[in-house]
Write a new protein. Structure first.
Lengths: 338, 509
């Protein structure tokens, strides 16, 4: 346990350094690469002297090192600056977008992990059979299909033709909860007992979550199957069977427990990457998350927004990967951190 | 076993599906790709922000639906001095914002104070021509110009000159998204990048003539989804579809049953720019040779699905007064080859050039357009074209730095007047921002004269002369004027496809 604490401390410290380097890199890259927020904003329509003036207003005429120090002193004061495009605080824009991303990531990871693990285990049990073959083929083809294509096809079939689900957005605007508690609509509507809103939000998330889950599912399926096949061949499984334990317990408890750590790590990292926003899915379903925010603002060279979003994302990834390590250590005491 | 349980959970969801209330019947829902950036007349310079404000606020001057001539709105009349430098606006009495505040000359003055002080993106439209302004009386607003400027009323009709309610701070831009309205509609509910919900403003002076009850504008991230949303019935209308989809709505009998396509000319033009300082485009013969080779009809047919484009032979659009077609109507390869030979280029010693277009910014059809232009130029055997592209902010950066030699741009006007198609392109004071770096002192004088002349007929003559320079020096090649298309469910009434801005307040079911 002491080793683990020390390890976490070390990881946190190195993460701070990593985040610092990353943000610095982004800061300078943005300013070195061609493209300028004022031009992007006025679309080349404003006369040159106006462009100069606007740059001055935004502090973009200052020497880069001065801008850099200003940026960092702002960060230490918990301030990510104001967006150049909208004038709003980047922090509040990110916090408004993040729940949408989190909600979609949570639902699709749950769907993908549920399906992937169960099918992976069943496949491993029946290694080499027709069932295994078909499952493998299905997973592979899901993995191979571009996600936006899956999205559009689902929109067309389940949205337009069958009319079961809405094809865009998080909720019908007129059902939008007035009170934001967590920002997760599925949770907020339940907490405020707005069941109509809950059903609406649930229906809105079905298509984007499924199309995102399909790709994740195939990855999780592959790694579960592989690990389970390895475990099922081990001596302790034979021993457990010999002791007369029920097959289901042998597979789902004993073997799976040992196969779990790489699967869990994979799921955790996939989850973290989804929190940066699933850009293609967000685009197809007009899901108002972080990914589309970042892309949109890159198109305007909105420096504060881009820097803020990347910092935010880096911090999340760091925390999740540390979280994964802790959970793994707790599940399997054999893992030692020195 | 577990899977069965999942299904058991999913089933009631399907059953509940019909219970969702959804959007109400009296609401017209619009799908769009445009996002509003900032709702402050002193700062906003993008289409969507301006559209929203034009429907929720009123200026001294405005446009009647379908018209492009500015007419009094908040003002009842204007007196213009003989020298064309003083404008005295007489305001209507009893015009109010929804919070009850009356709009007086002082309200206008305070709004202009903000524009002059905060110097936001569109401020130059006012600050460039206005010398001073004051509230002469409670209902009289006087403006003195630096020089006589004929299109001034068109600038007054643009959002930058709109009076704003007192919630707009004196010393900073407005950061909120709801404000007391003075226009036909007001913002009821709004979420950035997602939707805007507008309702009728009960305190609007012309309340009786507003047929709209509620308008919901939903923002999408790609045109494909908008098309599906139309078919599904999530939205009633949209003007953000691709030409391919619009064509489908025009021709597919099933879609034609339910939808109508409203097409009308817009004031948006597309054109090729030459950086006249960059070799080889500093040679007018080469620019002209290229102008002789461009076949606009072919581009329309193969790049734009043969819809929504009209060939354009000047930088001033066809549907605007002053238009004079100066460019060659039919491509002339022989003349082009001759000019190229004079410039020293032959089949043995071909001219090698780059042609640039911005990726994504004008949709995907410009890519095809670029390839067609390439083939048209290469038909001579004397020109070799390399098509290049980059994303928009980089493109703008390259353009203003003079990296781009021959490249594609588009233009949507700030105010509806020929001046807005001439001054920014040809006057030496505005050269760098549009990438041509063209300077001609003779022409500068003509342009200045044309914008300060108040007699329309004389102005027309001046613009005819100016356009001749356009052909003579060919710093630009006009390509097309676009038509805008709205696809709307037949249930929706009051669709106008207005050339100035979309009239949300006329829509109803």
């Amino acid at each position: 346990m002491k080793g683990l604490l020390k390890y976490i401390g070390y990881r946190l410290l190195s993460s701070v350094v990593m985040v610092f380097i990353m943000v610095t890199l982004v800061f300078f890259l943005l300013r070195v690469l061609p493209g300028d927020p004022v031009q992007a904003l006025t679309g080349g329509k404003a006369p040159p002297e106006v462009v100069r003036q606007l740059k001055e207003q935004l502090g973009l005429n200052l020497p880069i090192y001065k801008q850099y120090f200003r940026f960092f002193s702002d960060i230490f004061h918990g301030n990510l600056g104001n967006s150049i495009v909208t004038g709003e605080s980047v922090k509040s824009e990110l916090l408004e977008r993040f729940p949408a991303t989190l909600e979609l990531a949570l639902v699709s990871v749950i769907l993908a992990a549920g399906g992937g693990i169960i099918l992976g285990i069943e496949s491993a049990k029946r290694e080499g059979t027709l069932f295994d073959f078909i499952a493998k083929l299905v997973a592979l083809s899901f993995y191979a299909i571009p996600i936006f294509f899956v999205g559009i096809v689902m929109q067309y079939i389940f949205g337009v033709k069958l009319g079961w689900f809405p094809i865009s957005g998080r909720i019908d605007p007129l059902n939008e909860p007035d009170k934001v508690i967590s920002g997760l609509y599925l949770l907020d509507t339940l907490l405020t007992r707005n069941f109509e809103g809950f059903v609406d939000a649930l229906k809105h998330i079905v298509l984007p979550a499924f199309s995102l889950a399909l790709v994740l599912f195939s990855v999780i399926y592959r790694i579960t199957r592989g690990n389970m096949i390895l475990q099922l061949k081990k001596e302790y499984v034979k021993a457990a069977r010999a002791r007369g334990l029920k097959e289901r317990k042998v597979v789902y408890y004993h073997a799976f427990k040992n196969a779990f750590i790489p699967i869990f790590t994979l799921i955790g990292l996939q989850f973290a990457s989804l929190l940066g926003g699933a850009i293609l899915t967000e685009n197809v379903f007009s899901w108002p998350g972080l990914g589309s925010y970042l892309i949109d603002r890159i198109g305007y060279r909105d420096f504060p927004a881009i820097q803020g979003a990347i910092l935010f994302y880096a911090v999340i990834v760091v925390f999740i990967s540390i979280g994964i390590d802790i959970i793994c250590a707790l599940i399997n005491p054999k893992i030692k951190y020195e | 076993m577990v899977k069965k349980r999942l299904f058991a959970l999913a089933l009631p969801m399907f059953l509940l599906s019909s219970a969702v209330a959804g959007t109400k019947k009296d609401t017209v829902t619009i799908g769009t790709l445009d996002k509003w950036k900032v709702l402050d007349p002193a700062k906003a310079y993008d289409v969507m922000s301006c559209n929203l404000m034009q429907n929720t606020l009123v200026g001294l001057y405005g446009y009647k639906p379908g018209s492009t001539v500015p007419e009094p709105a908040l003002a009842s009349s204007v007196d213009i001095s003989k020298d064309g430098k003083t404008y005295v606006f007489h305001l209507k009495k009893g015009m109010i914002f929804t919070n009850g505040d009356e709009i007086t000359a002082d309200t206008v003055k305070k709004a202009w104070d903000r524009v002059f002080k905060l110097k936001g993106d569109p401020a130059f439209l006012l600050t460039g021509v206005v010398e001073s302004y004051k509230a002469k009386d409670k209902y009289v607003f006087e403006v003195k110009l630096k020089y006589p400027f004929a299109p001034f009323l068109s600038v007054v009709a643009f959002t930058v000159a709109y009076p704003v309610p007192s919630v707009f701070p004196e010393n900073s831009f407005f950061k909120g998204d709801k404000y007391p309205a003075s226009g036909p509609l007001m913002i009821k509910k709004i979420k950035r990048d997602r939707y805007v919900y507008l309702t009728k403003n009960p305190k609007y002076f012309d309340y009786k003539n507003v047929e709209t009850k509620k308008v919901l504008i939903r923002q999408y991230q790609n045109a494909q989804t908008i098309r599906l949303a139309l078919e599904k019935g999530d939205i009633d209308m949209s003007s953000s579809l691709t030409t391919l989809d619009i064509r489908d709505f025009m021709t597919n009998p099933k879609l034609k049953e339910k939808f109508r396509v409203y097409v009308s000319p817009s004031f948006v033009i597309s054109y090729i720019v030459f950086n006249v300082k960059k070799k080889p485009f500093n040679n007018p013969k080469i620019r002209k040779a290229i102008a002789y080779l461009v076949n606009r009809g072919e581009i329309k047919k193969f790049a734009y699905n043969d819809i929504l484009r009209e060939d354009l032979y000047s930088m001033i659009p066809k549907n605007m007064w002053g238009y004079k077609p100066v460019f060659n109507k039919k491509p002339d390869v022989q003349k082009a080859v001759k000019l190229l030979a004079e410039a020293g280029f032959t089949k043995e010693h071909p001219l090698k050039i780059n042609y640039w277009y911005p990726a994504g910014h004008y949709g995907t059809d410009v890519e095809k357009e670029a390839q067609i232009i390439k083939s048209q130029l290469e038909k001579t055997g004397v020109i070799k074209v390399t098509v290049k592209t980059t994303e928009w902010p980089t493109y703008l950066d390259y353009m203003t730095k003079g990296v781009l030699g021959m490249f594609r741009l588009g233009w949507a006007p700030d105010y509806i007047d020929p001046d807005n198609y001439v001054y920014p392109f040809l006057h030496s004071k505005a050269d760098a921002s549009l990438g041509s770096f063209y300077k001609n002192p003779e022409l500068d004088k003509l342009i200045e004269k044309a914008r300060s002349e108040s007699d329309k007929k004389k102005r027309e003559e001046l613009y005819a002369k100016i356009q001749e320079y356009l052909w003579k020096d060919a710093p630009y090649i006009p390509l097309h004027q676009t038509e805008s298309a709205i696809v709307a469910d037949k249930k929706v009434k009051g669709v106008t496809n207005d050339p100035v801005y979309p009239r949300y307040y006329l829509l109803h079911k």
